[in-house]
Design a protein around this ligand. Sequence first.
Ligand code: ZN
Length: 510
Amino acid sequence: MNLIDKKNIKVLFISIAIVAITGMSFSCSQSISEDNNNEKYSGKHAKYVFYFIGDGMGLTQINSAENYMAALQGEIGVKRLSISKLATQGYVTTYAQNRYITGSAAAGTALATGHKTSISTISMDGDHQNKLKTVAEMAKEKGMKVGIITTVDIDHATPACFYAHQPSRGMFFDISLDLINSNFDFFGGGDFKESSEIRDGKTINLVEFAQESGYKYIKTKKEFNKLNTKSGKVIAIGPIMAMGNTLRYSIDQTEEDISLADFTTKAIELLDNEKGFFIMAEGGKIDWACHANDAATTIHEVLDLDNAVKVALKFYEKHPKETLIVVVSDHETGGMTLGFAGMGYESSLQNLKYQKVSFEEFSNIINNYKKNKTKPSFEEILKLIENNFGIGDKEKGLELTEFEKKQIFAAYVESFSNKNKKVHKKNKMSKKQKNKKRNSQTYLLYGGYEPITLAATRILDNKVGLAWTTYSHTGMPVPVHAQGVGSQIFKGYYDNTEVPKKIMTVLGVE
Ligand SMILES: [Zn+2]
C-alpha cells in the first residue's frame, strides 16, 4: 500500500464518521416526512367553529388584495389581511379523484367530508354508491347549531357539499330538498336556483316546502334585521339578487345589500348557545370574478371575505379558549399572477381603484344596447370604458396605446357583429368539440364573456402589472390559515382531505 492509498483510507474513515454523525443528528431532529399530514388534536374540544372557504382564492388573490391596500396608501409592500394574520399557515393540494385540476364539487366534498371524489359529485363517493358524512352533519349530531352561508346561490356546489349528497352538482332541485331536510339551523346568502318541480305527479314548491318544514324564509333587509334567537330555523336570502340568484358583487353592493360579514354577524347572534355552533361561510364569487379575469372585482370579493373573517375574530377575542377559525380555499381560479410581460417589473395596483363596477354590471350596460337594438359608436364605447375603468385617461396615467385601442376595437366588432351568438350547452359538447371551442381565437380572447368587458378588464389589469392564464381553475395548491383551539395542527403542507379531518378532531366528532 503506497502513501496515496493510506491517505484515501483516512479520507474514507472521516467520511464515514461524518455520515454517522449527520445521520444521528437527523434522528434527533423532527421527521422530514409527512409530519403534518394527519396530526390529531388532543386538548379540550372547540365549542365554536368558523370554517371559511374562499372559492377560487389562491395565494395571488390574497396577496394582490394586500398589495392593493398598501398601494392605495402609496406604499410598496403589503397591508396584511386578517386572513393572513391568523396564527398558523399551511398549504393544501387540491386535486380530485379523477382529474388533477379540480372543481368546486369535488374540492367541496374533500373539504366537507375528508374524502376525495370525482368531478361534479356532491359529498358521495366517486362511483355515487355511498353518501359521505360531512363535518357539518357531525357537528349537528353532536348537538351544535349549524349555519351555512354563501355569496352564491345557496344550492351551489360548495355550500351543497356540507348538507347534500347527490351524484351531480347540477341537480339543484334535489340539492335544495336535501337542504330543507338537513334540519340545519341557518342558511344565508343567495336564493334557491329553482323554485318548483313536479315529483311523483305532485308540484313541490321549495319555499312552501321549507316553510312546512319549519323554516322561516325571509327576503328583505327589514325582516333580516328583526331575526333573533327566537326566530327558529332560518333561510335568509339577500334582498337584491345578481345573476344566478347570488348576492351582488361586493364592488356593486350598496347599503341596501346584506354582505357576507352581515350574514356572519347574524348567524353568530342566532346560533350562539350552550352547545356551540359550526358556521361555514363561503366567498363564492371570488371564483366567478376570477373566471372572468376581473382583478378589481376579485380583490373586492377577497376583502369582503376578509371582513367576514374579522367578524369571527371579534367573536374569537371573547371566546379564545373555545373557538377555532379556519380559512381555506377549494382551488385557485384564473391563474392570476402579479407581473405582466408588457409592464416588465412595474406594478401599480392602486390604479384598480378606477374600476367602478364588476364585469357583470358593465356587461349589462353593453348588453342593454343590444337588447334595445342600438349600436353605440366606437367613441361612445371608449368613453364608457374610461368612465368605468379609468383606462384612456391620461391624467390617471392610463392612456391607451394604439395596440390597446385595436384590442378594444376588435372586441367592439365582435360584440356588435350579427354573428350567431349561440350559448353553448357545456355538458352537451363532446371533448373534441370542447377542445376545438377552447382553442378558437374568440374563446382565447374573451372566454365566452362579453367581449368589450373582457378587453377592458384585461387592459386595465395588464396596465397595473397583473395577468391571467386561464378562464378555468388551476391545479396550484392553496393556502390554509387557522386561529384558536387546535390551530397548530393546521400548519404544514398536506392534502385538502385533511382539513375537515383536523376540524373533526378539534370538535371531537371523528
Ligand atoms: Zn369555478
